[in-house]
Write a protein that binds this ligand. Structure first.
Ligand SMILES: [Ca+2]
Length: 552
């Protein structure tokens, strides 16, 4: 309950922050730069920056670079690296001793890991940001205080904030394990939308046996998926009616205690249900082995529609979407099934720990202050828009009458203006280098098309699908994204995590396909988990949880 309530509170606070920004408020860019970035003499502070630079950007001539230089009294000295080989170049820069004042990285290209941060932090190479944030960064401070996950992932066990990671709360990514069912086939066969595991099984049986594609062949694939990490695994959605499956750690929380789901009777019961689907030929065996390309071939099959239901974060993972795509409109989201013990949806906070903004001990005090003030500006609504989208009127505009936000309950705030085909890159923003406060309410306020099956309404389609899952996770969940594992045991924990997950996944498959018997082999399987030292793994994760600000 506490987590859900806190998250709701965070959303409300963030929403009020967005609305405050909307009315002008105190986000005046002119005032921030004069507080301390610009020395009294008027001389600019030089900051040596190591930054990622995509092929469509030139940070030296970028219009937003000029704006930041003027606003915060900075003279940037850039070392830019392309995305390819970025991690290696960062490591070399540190090893050579010739490292910059500031690393500005794109989280999904490369970032400092928690291990890096502790190692270089303890060496004094990376400097803690705590005092700088306290004294010069009110907007960063506000987000850290109001978002318990963001605070926990950015606060090392020693209390230091050695760097900050981006915050980009993609709502539809937060509930990856969705099920998209062929509603055209449901209508054709006169079937209701299934609400329980048994009803779902009956629908899959009808898809298999009643020739919904009408070609006279039993060629339908009732349910499929693939092996990647975008919610495309079929097991978690099916299991969530029995016990919570986070599709990652298989750890669960109860009253502050970490435990595993994978040795519980409800896990066994879920496997028996999934085995019954498999035995009935209702799950594509390829779902457990095929890649995204093979999955999409089933979804897009041209001469006859084949797919009855597909697992995935979004339907473009298994079929071509857009107005002209023949099958796109047929796949619509199924809410979580009400099983015998639960109706959970898998939640995953869509931000990973680590740091993309890191200051080093080469930075002068003036450079540190100017850099943190600039970062603080990215956390304002205006800064978020200008830094990420670019110039108003060119790269984004205010909403027009009748335009509707992604969340249709809130006032729209902005509409991105995409590049025309053949238009030169505008080089007027820093793009993904600046996604530090793209919180849910900010993303919710972007103008989106209203036809959910059109290309410009796709995000709305995903948003609406995700509303069916929202809040359906257990009240207590194991927040693996927010924890710091003690560096002394990090390698041991990482190896155990891999071995245990592989073991659970492989055995789930053996039980489902019948290679192992749930009656005869279950006890041995549970013993095998002990053999992989599950108790020690849980102990390490419990310690990480207990030392996190999230447990406080
Ligand atoms: Ca058929």
């Amino acid at each position: 309950m506490r987590k859900t309530a806190t998250r709701l509170l965070v959303l409300i606070l963030m929403l009020s922050f967005v609305l405050a920004g909307c009315s002008g408020g105190n986000d005046n860019p002119g005032s921030a730069g004069k507080e301390g970035g610009m020395p009294d003499s008027g001389e600019k502070v030089t900051i040596n920056v190591f930054a990622h630079q995509g092929s469509d950007m030139d940070l030296k001539t970028n219009k937003f670079t000029k704006k930041m230089e003027e606003q915060f009294g900075i003279k940037f000295n850039w070392t830019t690296v392309p995305f390819d080989g970025a991690a290696e170049k960062r490591q070399i820069s540190l090893a050579s001793g010739d490292y910059p004042d500031l690393y500005m990285l794109i989280p999904w290209v490369d970032r400092f890991s928690q291990t890096d941060l502790l190692k270089f932090g303890q060496q004094g190479v990376i400097i803690p940001l705590n005092d700088l944030i306290d004294e010069h960064a009110p907007h960063i401070k506000e987000v850290l205080e109001n978002n318990e996950y963001y605070k926990a992932m950015n606060t090392a066990p020693d209390g230091n904030i050695y760097g900050l990671t981006g915050l980009n709360e993609c709502f539809h990514c937060s509930y990856p394990n969705k099920m998209w069912i062929n509603t055209k086939w449901l209508d054709q066969l006169g079937l209701e939308q299934p609400t329980t595991p048994e009803e779902f099984k009956a629908v899959l049986e009808a898809f298999k046996t009643q020739d919904p594609n009408g070609n006279g062949k039993a060629d339908e694939v009732p349910l499929s998926g693939s092996v990647e990490n975008f919610g495309v695994h079929v097991i978690p959605y099916l299991m969530n009616g029995f016990i919570y499956n986070d599709d990652r750690t298989y750890l669960i929380m109860k009253e502050g205690q970490v435990d595993t789901a994978a040795n519980k009777p409800e896990w066994k019961e879920a496997l028996a249900y999934i085995k019954s689907l498999y035995d009935g030929g209702l799950i594509d065996p390829g779902a457990f082995t095929q890649n995204a390309g093979a999955y999409k071939k089933i979804g897009d099959n041209a001469d006859a529609q084949l797919l009855g239901a597909g697992a995935g974060m979004h339907p473009a993972l298994f079929l071509t979407t857009g107005e002209d795509a023949p099958y796109s409109k047929d796949y619509n989201p199924l809410p979580p099934l009400q099983g015998p013990h639960a109706d959970y949806a898998t939640f995953n906070y869509p931000i990973d720990p680590g740091a993309s903004f890191v200051l080093t001990n080469k930075a002068s005090k003036e450079a540190q202050i100017a850099a943190i003030q600039m970062l603080d500006y990215f956390y304002t609504q205006e800064g978020a828009m200008l830094s990420y989208l670019g110039e108003e009127g060119t790269s984004w505009r205010k909403p027009q009458d009748g335009e509707i936000a992604l969340n249709d309950k809130v006032e729209p705030l902005y509409k991105a203006i995409p590049l025309e085909s053949g238009e030169q890159p505008r080089n007027d923003n820093w793009g993904a280098l600046t996604q530090y406060n793209h919180h849910r309410a900010y993303r919710d306020a972007e103008v989106q098309g209203t036809d959910i099956y059109a290309d410009d309404g796709y995000e709305r389609r995903l948003y609406e699908a995700t509303l069916l899952m929202e809040g359906k996770e257990p009240q207590d969940i194991f927040p693996h994204w927010a924890l710091w594992v003690d560096p002394l045991v990090a390698d041991e924990a990482s190896m155990m995590q891999t071995n245990i997950k592989d073991y659970i996944d492989q055995n789930a498959l053996l039980f489902i396909t019948g290679a192992k018997s749930l009656d005869k082999d279950w006890d041995d399987y549970v013993k095998g988990l002990e053999g992989l030292n599950m108790p020690r793994y849980i102990e390490i994760m419990q310690a990480a949880y207990d030392s996190s600000t999230i447990s406080k």
